[in-house]
Ligand binder design. Structure first.
Ligand code: LLP
Length: 423
């Protein structure tokens, strides 16, 4: 019986902290996204402690794109995290959460002038995705700290579209042109510098992080030496993976931290980079396994195959359709029953890709059963849509014995709120 966090068995019921999944469904209806505050804090602390003990000058930014619910971002801000923001909306959110300008890093890509202007106004640290953006940014003023996103020519991710660097990637400046970028920035009068990369998402191998850190630091070293500039931070990105399948092992964060900080320290020493801040910007690692999407089975169909119709659809969780992603499913009211009846779990969207799990062995399902769809905290709600005129789900945050609605479910009329003429 595989029961991933934040699910556990309490008083013989499948639960999230002190709430049984059944009681949550009864109280809040389905579909609902439920997040465990304690799990988010644990994830943050685990990563922070792992790195900080080897390298105290360590800074964490939360990649808010993974889950932009303000209550979730606030938990991470309370823990001391800064924010990786990628556009004016995320900058706006950081401001409304009271995040100091000095604790955000604005990493856009293919930015418009309006976006650059917004970034220049509200962020102290700006990370540019191309050299051509420099003169365009400077029209709006000099950032306090300027960084460039470097493509180290290798990338890795759980699926092809989660690879963000390498020869085919749309992101970053080719590493061969990094020197040129910093030379231009220096010439433009920039005095304070950072360096950044983000090479892919959901990586479970510690030595990959060591490898890319080494590559980036070698380049930082060459640039610092040649241009006589000092890097204040080097950001190795996010990408720290979580296991989605029962057979996958969690990322060994201790080993990752050990390997990364060791090479980071060695290269800083080799190139006399000084006490540079090591920065990371995880999203999934903090919130991914803290979120569960709960749905109700409302019909079983015996066709050429067996199908269970649930009230969760790809408008709530698009990852299975978009990436063929696996999300483990536990049947809350039958979690001890053997999973030996293969079935397709599907939503009611008019799209053949609206299948959350294909021929998945589960306990024999019936109308009324409750499904807990695991690892839905990152890129779950944040990628949800209104496709097929389907309102988005409610979000609930659990903290021990407290359950708080942190986003209301959309209503049908919300779908047409901005349409003209008004309905
Ligand atoms: N930094 C930057 C610049 C990013 O673009 C991202 C994610 C992160 C940090 C955080 O990455 P993480 O630690 O969460 O891997 N929709 C895909 C994931 C796309 C990630 C986009 N960028 C999925 O559902 O798997």
């Amino acid at each position: 019986m595989y029961i991933p966090p934040p699910l556990s068995v309490r008083r013989n019921k499948l639960s999230i902290e002190n709430f049984s999944v059944e009681s949550l469904a009864q109280r809040f209806g389905t579909p609902i996204y439920v997040y465990s505050e304690n799990r988010i804090r644990e994830n943050f602390q685990r990563l922070k402690n792992a790195f900080q003990k080897y390298y105290p000058n360590f800074e964490i930014l939360y990649a808010v794109k993974a889950n932009n619910n303000p209550a979730i971002a606030k938990i991470l801000a309370d823990e001391g995290s800064g924010m990786d923001v990628c556009n004016p909306a995320e900058i706006w959110l950081s401001r409304h959460l009271g995040m100091p300008k000095s604790k955000t890093l604005y990493t856009g890509n293919y930015c418009t002038d309006e976006e650059l202007a917004y970034g220049a106004k509200y962020c102290d640290r700006i990370n540019l995705d191309d050299i051509a953006l420099l003169p365009r940014l400077l029209k709006f003023g000099k950032p306090k700290v300027l960084s460039f996103r470097i493509n180290p020519k290798i990338g890795k991710g759980s699926v092809k579209t989660n690879v963000f660097a390498g020869p085919e990637a749309k992101f970053g400046i080719p590493i061969e042109k990094a020197m040129q970028a910093y030379a231009a920035a220096k010439k433009a009068g920039i005095k304070r510098f950072g360096m950044h990369m983000m090479t892919g998402s959901c990586v479970l191998e510690p030595d990959y992080f060591e490898k890319i850190t080494g590559i980036l630091l070698d380049e930082a070293g060459r640039i610092a030496r040649r241009l006589k500039i000092k890097f204040e931070f080097i950001d190795i990105g996010g990408g720290f993976g979580i296991p989605y399948r029962p057979e996958e092992k969690p990322l060994d964060i201790e080993k990752t931290a050990q390997l990364v900080t060791k090479i980071f320290r060695e290269k800083c020493h080799q190139f006399k980079l000084g006490n540079v801040t090591l920065m990371v910007e995880p999203g999934r690692y903090f919130v991914g396994d803290a979120g569960v999407l709960i749905g109700t089975v409302h019909m079983i169909k015996e066709s050429y195959q067996r199908f269970a119709g649930v009230d969760v659809t790809i408008n709530h969780l698009v990852r299975p359709k978009m990436y063929g992603a696996y999300h483990h499913i536990v049947v809350a009211n039958k979690f001890r029953k053997p999973a030996k009846y293969p079935i397709n779990i599907c939503g009611s969207i008019c799209d053949s890709g609206d299948i959350l799990a294909k021929v998945r062995p589960l306990p024999k399902l019936a109308r009324g059963d409750l499904l807990a769809i695991c690892n839905a905290g990152a890129y779950g709600f944040s990628m949800s849509s209104q496709y097929n005129s389907r309102p988005r789900a409610r979000e609930v945050l659990i903290n021990d014995s407290r359950a708080t609605i942190i986003r209301e479910a959309e209503k049908i009329e919300d779908l047409f709120l901005r349409c003209k003429p008004t309905l």
